[in-house]
Each structure stands twice: as structure tokens, then as C-alpha cells.
Design a protein around this ligand. Structure first.
Ligand code: 13P
Length: 331
């Protein structure tokens, strides 16, 4: 067991905090800005990330922020780097290191995640900049024959290799095999696909001797697809915990959830139902992007005059999710 990796992971999982995912690529961030007619430039994206990272009291709720390459190279208005500004608030800076999804040969439109080339060199640079944890995401669609076993295996072999390289660079890897919420699948199909993916992931991580006490799993909740009736929090919590117990070894340092396109309310209520179920073998918390950002972005709309009210909303959403991880969210 690598003590410093597991203590970093424990710091990230500290109660009652969660992680902020602010690692959207330029393209994804621009799509979200476009929908609200906010002009997307390097500078407007910097201002948006500054609004989030420098929000008053953010350190009470957030233990780590996952940044995108563009942001970790930028400075806040006061002239310090984003990484330095986060560290000053007791927040660990993290970095998304995969290079995104490409269609997998012979299996399109299913995808494989790229980014292993040059990874160790990039990690050295990020470490120097202050990053202490990383993220890598693969995405799987649920359907009658989906995801294809070969696509799952190919992605998770690469994901395990990523995790081992990151631990050698003295950083905590977050592994994120996302099961896509869009679709017509039932909640039972979501449970089946999530369990299959997680079991293969941990087979591959063990095969590469990854230290699970210095690793965090970022997973989807088990949900019926967006084209199906909305799953009730109790059912989501029950099935999600059943799958996690079946597939995730106890040694894993922690489990965090992505919001995946759920509304803010849904993501908080489902997390709360999981919290209500009580203590589990691993600490469990949130690592949301859209569920904590979308309502805030709608208030901000690219205008400095809206910053204050947007930050108040952000703090409120973080406080609600931090309460929810302990099953203490009250509407
Ligand atoms: P969402 O919470 O919007 O799903 O984003 C989390 C994330 O990190 C996706 O990679």
C-alpha cells in the first residue's frame, strides 16, 4: 500500500465534501455556453471557472476540483494559477488527462478513449503545476447488445494502464467508466450493464497491480434511460448499492458519482437516498458537473454583474449535495 496515495485519496473523500468536475473540454464548454448565448472564448471560460473555483466558502464543500488543460494553465484575476488558488483554499487540484472519445474501428458508433501516448511526460508537468489527482473517462451506451464486450474490454484495459501510470507519477487516478443515461433502457438493463463494466474494470486493475487504496471510482448511478419513466430515488439507491457491493472491492479508496444529465434535483435526491442507506465499505460522495453547474450558469449568463447571485446559488447546490452524501438533505 502506498501511504501517500491513500492519504491523498482519503483527503479527497473527506466528509462532508464532494468533488467539482470542471474539466469540460473547450468543445463541451462552448456547447453549454452557446445554449445560453454566452460567447465562448478562452477568457470567458476562464471567468466561468474562476466564478466556480473562487466562490466564497467553496472549500467547506469541495475537496478537489478536476480541471481541464486550458484552465490549469490559466491564472485568476489576482495573478495566481488556478492550482495555487485552489490549494490556498485547502482544495486539491486535479486534471483530466484522457484525450477524449473516438469511434472504435469495427464497432462505430461505440467509442474508445485515447490519451496514453506521452501520458507520463504530461503527468510530470501537471504534478509540477500542483495537480495531485487525475481523471480518465470512457463512455458506454446501454442497449440490447450494448455495450459490446470487446468494446468494454478494450476501454478498460486502457483505463487500467492509465491508472498504473498515474500512480507511478504519485497521483491518485479517478477511473470513470460512464454508462450513458440517454436511451430507452430499463433500470434492470442499466444495473446489468453497470455491474458487467465494473467487474471487468476491477479485473483489469488487479491484473496490472493497481493499488486500489490509492484509487477512486467515478461511476454512474443505476437509472432507467432518459426515454423511460424517471426512476424513483429508493429504487436507484437500492440497485446502485447492490451493483457496487457485487463489483467493487472493499479496498477501493472511495466512490464518487457523476450526474450524467440528471436534473440538479434528481442528482441530489438520488445521492441522498444512497446516503440514507447508511455506512458502506467505501466513502461515497458526488463529483458532479452539470448538476451543480447548470443552474449557476443560467444565472451568470457571462455577465460580471450576475457573479454574486450565481455564486450564492452554487454554494446552495454544494451545501445540498454535501448534506445528501450523509442522507441529510431536506427539501
Ligand atoms: P456530469 O456530472 O455532468 O455527468 O459530469 C461529470 C463528469 O465528470 C463527466 O465526465
Amino acid at each position: 500500500m502506498n501511504q501517500s496515495l491513500s492519504s491523498l485519496a482519503m483527503q479527497l473523500m473527506a466528509s462532508p465534501k464532494g468533488l467539482l468536475a470542471a474539466d469540460e473540454s473547450d468543445k463541451t464548454c462552448s456547447k453549454r455556453f452557446d445554449a445560453l448565448k454566452i460567447i465562448s472564448t478562452k477568457e470567458s471560460r476562464r471567468q466561468w471557472r474562476q466564478l466556480l473555483c473562487m466562490s466564497p466558502n467553496v472549500g467547506l464543500y469541495i475537496s478537489g476540483v478536476i480541471l481541464f488543460d486550458e484552465t490549469i494553465r490559466q491564472k485568476t484575476d489576482s495573478g495566481q494559477s488556478f492550482a495555487e488558488a485552489l490549494i490556498k483554499q485547502g482544495i486539491l487540484p486535479g486534471i483530466k488527462v484522457d484525450k477524449g472519445l473516438v469511434e472504435m474501428d469495427n464497432f462505430a458508433p461505440q467509442t474508445i478513449t485515447e490519451g496514453l501516448d506521452g501520458l507520463s511526460e504530461r503527468l510530470q508537468e501537471y504534478y509540477q503545476m500542483g495537480a495531485r489527482f487525475t481523471k480518465w473517462r470512457s463512455a458506454f451506451t446501454i442497449g440490447s447488445d450494448l455495450p459490446s464486450p470487446a468494446v468494454v474490454r478494450a476501454n478498460l484495459v486502457v483505463m487500467a494502464r492509465y491508472a498504473s501510470i498515474v500512480q507511478s507519477a504519485k497521483m491518485v487516478p479517478i477511473v470513470e467508466p460512464e454508462l450513458i443515461y440517454d436511451g430507452e433502457h430499463s433500470i434492470a438493463e442499466s444495473a446489468r450493464a453497470t455491474e458487467l463494466v465494473l467487474k471487468i474494470l476491477f479485473e483489469e486493475l488487479k491484473a496490472l497491480r493497481v493499488d486500489l487504496s490509492g484509487l477512486i471510482l467515478k461511476t454512474s448511478m443505476v437509472l432507467a434511460g432518459t426515454e423511460t419513466a424517471i426512476s424513483k430515488p429508493k429504487e436507484v439507491a437500492g440497485l446502485t448499492l447492490r451493483v457496487l457491493h457485487a463489483a467493487v472491492p472493499r479496498e477501493v479508496a472511495g466512490i464518487v458519482f457523476l450526474s450524467g444529465g440528471q436534473t440538479s434535483q434528481q442528482a441530489t435526491k438520488n445521492l441522498n437516498a444512497i446516503g440514507v442507506a447508511g455506512s458502506q465499505p467505501w466513502p461515497i460522495t458526488y463529483s458532479y458537473s452539470r448538476a451543480v453547474q447548470d443552474p449557476v450558469l443560467k444565472l451568470w449568463r457571462g455577465k460580471n454583474t450576475n457573479t454574486k447571485k450565481a455564486q450564492i446559488k452554487f454554494a446552495q447546490l454544494l451545501a445540498q449535495n454535501s448534506a445528501a452524501r450523509g442522507g441529510e438533505f431536506a427539501e
